[in-house]
Design a protein around this ligand. Structure first.
Ligand code: PMV
Length: 327
């Protein structure tokens, strides 16, 4: 019997990049999900097919001694996507103590890849949950989050915070500071996402900020200022003060620009949102290209973004109250 799980993507309300240096961050899960279906095989091979990604669909089949994949799309793409799937399945085998279990895996996702919406974390979380259940082992969402974090750490050469994976596993708004992760109360937030159609290399952008911090003391002051801003944001969330959240998002985007991680397309979308009456707008995730997130209860931002040449796609994204779940 196949097992299917889904897990949400996320936006950063505040705190990306600074979270890497121990400052708090507040990511929020959004109703865009990755669904992973896992069926145990009677051999030790692995077959993975993916569809509905921003990429064209692909199928990979491999196993046996040399584990050389038989693929129908170019290798770098496969390596990136397969790294997460492979590591997630390894975590599931380890959790269930079934080191040689083979699987058929089907991935469907409506989260753009590498765009700051946590697609890889959602695939890792849903994959671990589905594969462990398929092997008769039930993990609670906290355990799934911890194993998914191990996946990201492995695939991203140690450059990962717990933010994406914890948020995807638990759902809602979460606060992450180093190894301390907790879910926090949040009102229904009127998120609008703008996507420029590009993807970014998180590791490269993180390395850029690290270099800037080493060279300029005011870059480390900027990281610390983001931390202060996140603490103000926590108070605004607790007070359900959405207007103040918007002002702080604008401020956060300015600080991220100072750290060199914005891009013309992201700035254009941020300004289009602000001029259309958004309460606030900022890039989300590593930056460089990908997505912005704005707060707007009305249609203005979506309309303005759909008319902005830099914007390839815009959509409203409800806060996903539920994290990983059985489908
Ligand atoms: O763009 P994403 O979804 O990979 O987010 C990266 C967020 C960073 O804070 C820049 C890095 C991290 O691991 O927290």
């Amino acid at each position: 019997m196949p097992s299917t799980s889904s897990a949400p993507g996320k936006v950063y309300l505040f705190g990306e990049h600074a979270v890497v240096y121990g400052e708090p961050a507040i990511p929020c899960a959004i109703e865009r999900r990755a669904r992973v279906t896992v069926t145990e095989r009677d051999d030790d091979r692995l077959r993975v097919s993916a569809s509905d990604l921003t990429l064209d669909g692909f199928t990979v089949e491999y196993g046996g001694v040399d584990r050389r994949p038989d693929v129908d799309v170019p290798t770098p793409l496969i390596e990136a996507a397969m790294g997460y799937v492979d590591a997630a399945l390894a975590e599931a085998r380890d959790a269930a103590d079934r080191p040689s279990a083979g699987f058929d895996v089907e991935i469907e996702s409506d989260i753009p890849l590498g765009a700051g919406l946590g697609s890889s974390a959602a695939v890792a979380v849903a994959g671990i949950d589905a594969a462990t259940r398929e092997l008769g082992c039930d993990l609670d969402p906290g355990e799934v989050a911890e194993r998914a974090y191990a996946v990201e750490r492995t695939v991203q050469d140690g450059q990962a915070s717990r933010a994406d994976t914890f948020c995807s596993a638990m759902g809602g708004a979460v606060r992450v500071e180093g190894a301390d992760c907790e879910t926090i109360d949040a009102p229904a937030l009127p998120f609008v996402v703008g996507y420029d159609g590009a993807s970014h290399d998180t590791g490269e952008l993180v390395a850029g900020v690290r270099a800037l911090r080493e060279e300029y003391s005011f870059a480390s002051d900027t990281v610390a200022a983001i931390g202060d801003l996140v603490r103000r944001g926590e108070a605004a969330l607790a007070d359900e003060d959405v207007a103040e959240l918007g002002r702080l998002m604008d401020f956060d985007h300015g600080l991220l620009c100072a750290l060199g991680v914005s891009a013309r397309s992201l700035d254009e979308m941020v300004w289009a949102a602000r001029e259309a009456g958004a309460l606030g707008a900022k890039l989300t995730g590593a930056g460089g290209g990908g997505c912005i997130v704005a707060l707007d209860p009305d249609d203005g931002t979506e309309t303005a973004l759909s008319l902005t040449p830099a914007c390839a796609e815009t959509f409203r994204a409800e806060l996903a109250r539920e994290g990983v779940r059985v489908e």
